[in-house]
Design a protein. Structure first.
Length: 277
């Protein structure tokens, strides 16, 4: 198996494009090689893409030995993003989540070592913005794990978060807000942290690469602009462009999620290729 990203140019080193998970039956027809055993799918996928978002942890945390095995099957330089368990965020009072947060973070994530990327905390659609409650939640997010800094990212799904007050709070904690390219949930690209995290949800079955060439070109331009410290002005936002550290280089994580899921590996590979040009 070859490492598809072993010789990428330096200007693209901060951009990681990936998919949600690695186990999906249709991918055995259009992404994984014929006769590849299921137990080697992560090994293969991690050598074609630079990152994978693990969604299964949203439903059930895994044992430390499982995290260690996943790490062992991936190459140097690869990263996992982890979706935090729903019981940490699917609650009316986020301030009460401290124990659940610690149980997850300190329950084995150290096994990922340098493969551990951002931890995604997804709020439920019913959860409206409450400054005091959210601040209490953000205060409880661990900042390091075994001496390594942790990176947290927040996905909000209630329209009340489209406010200057929320942006001010998120920027105070330097926690990025997911840019969710979704017609169903609030979608705004205001930069609130030191890295950028986008979840793209508009793949189309009729297009082999999920997105049209022109759309992939535009996303590559945005990813490069984010990575260079810029703030693309052509995306929906709450405030004028210009988040924190707008001239400093940033890491960028872009995941193709849901929609026409069978096309997402091809979309990720097509976008990653454009980001290395």
């Amino acid at each position: 198996m070859t490492n598809a990203h072993s010789a990428e140019p330096k200007h693209a080193a901060r951009i990681r494009v990936g998919i949600g998970g690695w186990t999906y039956a249709p991918w055995r027809n259009n992404f994984y090689p014929a006769k590849l055993t299921q137990k080697r799918e992560l090994e293969y996928a991690s050598r074609q893409l630079r990152a994978i978002e693990i969604n299964g942890t949203y439903y059930s945390p895994q044992k430390p030995a499982t995290y260690a095995r996943w790490r062992s099957e991936t190459p140097d330089g690869f990263m996992f993003s982890l979706k935090a368990p729903r019981f940490t965020t699917d609650r009316r009072t986020l301030a009460d989540a401290g124990k659940a947060i610690d149980d997850f973070v300190f329950g084995g994530l150290a096994e990922f070592g340098d493969r551990l990327g951002p931890i995604l905390w997804q709020l439920p659609p019913y959860k409206a913005f409450d400054r005091a409650d959210l601040a209490a939640f953000l205060d409880q997010l661990p900042r390091d794990l075994d001496g390594h800094a942790l990176r947290h990212v927040l996905e909000v799904r209630h329209a009340s978060f489209k406010s200057a007050e929320y942006l001010e709070l998120a920027r105070k904690y330097r926690v990025p807000t997911v840019f969710t390219d979704s017609p169903q949930y609030p979608s705004f690209a205001d930069v609130t942290g030191d890295f950028v995290y986008a979840r793209l949800m508009r793949s189309e079955s009729a297009i082999p690469t999920g997105y049209a060439d022109a759309d992939l070109d535009h996303w590559a331009q945005r990813a490069k602009q984010w990575a260079g410290g810029g703030d693309p002005a052509d995306l929906p936002r709450v405030s004028a462009p210009g988040g924190p550290a707008t001239t400093a280089p940033r890491d960028v994580f872009v995941y193709f999620i849901s929609a026409a899921k069978e096309r997402n590996p091809a979309a990720a590979q097509a976008l990653q290729g454009r980001c290395t040009e």
